[in-house]
Design a protein around this ligand. Structure first.
Ligand SMILES: [Zn+2]
Length: 259
């Protein structure tokens, strides 16, 4: 890749936010869609702030839920600060979903007719540093012989294309369902939840990046967890879900967190 001029200015947030870097939990939390920042040079991608605030701009509620879960577990969490509309950090770079020209009915003017240089900037300054940080954390744990369970935290909109979604949460996976199915069972045993098994989405090499690359290739136990956005839109909901997940994760820890 050719060297690129700077997209991010000193006034823009860093792309990667790391919480509890020295956390002792085997769980490593990542949140590809935690943020809704847009580099100031991109002029909000030509969108009103109200569009960036919608589910198309970020995973509503997941940053707060992840931060609270990180605290309860003493688990390191790695979060992406930029909106998925700038570049989607959970899409392969050759996927049509990487930099979208339209999302859930909304055209994204700032993503039309991008040239190779513009794409390369977003990759080099937003996508790559985020995934490099995750890889570095996993390398560090591997060298230290520390066990790890990778949890990709996401949230989904309650209604998509006119269809209401019944699930409170969903566990997603592709080649390795070990941890996902154990968590599914634990969530269903709670008794008050409708939990999707590879719903409302499923992990695939074509539509996902983080789990196939960071977890499956390394053979790490993992799950991609989706929580419905209306349940974690406010602080009380985020606390309640963090508390519940911390309890369930801790109960599963000894079965999966082996070095
Ligand atoms: Zn997401």
């Amino acid at each position: 890749m050719q060297p690129v001029a700077t997209l991010l200015s000193p006034l823009d947030p860093a792309p990667v936010q790391v919480l509890r870097e020295g956390g002792r939990s085997p769980f490593l939390l990542i949140a590809d869609h935690a943020g809704r920042a847009v580099p100031s040079a991109l002029g909000r991608l030509g969108l009103p702030q109200s569009e960036l605030d919608r589910h198309i701009g970020w995973d509503i509620g997941i940053a707060g839920t992840t931060a609270r879960l990180s605290e309860r577990l003493d688990a390191c969490a790695i979060l992406q600060a930029y909106s998925r509309l700038v570049i989607d950090c959970n899409r392969p770079l050759d996927s049509p979903g990487s930099i979208v020209e339209r999302s859930d009915g909304t055209p994204v003017p700032g993503n039309l007719d991008l040239d190779a240089h513009q794409r390369a900037q977003r990759i080099a300054e937003i996508f790559e540093p985020y995934h490099a940080r995750i890889a570095a954390e996993l390398d560090r744990r591997a060298s230290a012989g520390r066990p790890v369970v990778l949890v990709a935290m996401h949230s989904f909109t309650p209604s998509m294309a006119g269809n209401d979604r019944p699930w409170h949460a969903g566990v997603l996976y592709q080649r390795d369902a070990r941890f996902a199915h154990a968590l599914l069972e634990a969530l269903r045993d709670e008794g008050d939840l409708v939990v999707g098994d590879n719903e409302p989405y499923r992990v695939s090499d074509a539509t996902d990046y983080a789990i196939p690359v960071h977890a499956e290739r390394r053979g790490l136990p993992h799950v991609e967890l989706e929580i419905r956005q209306d349940l974690i839109a406010d602080e009380a909901g985020q606390q309640a879900w963090a508390q519940r997940l911390a309890r369930l994760f801790t109960a599963l820890q000894d079965r999966f967190a082996r070095s």
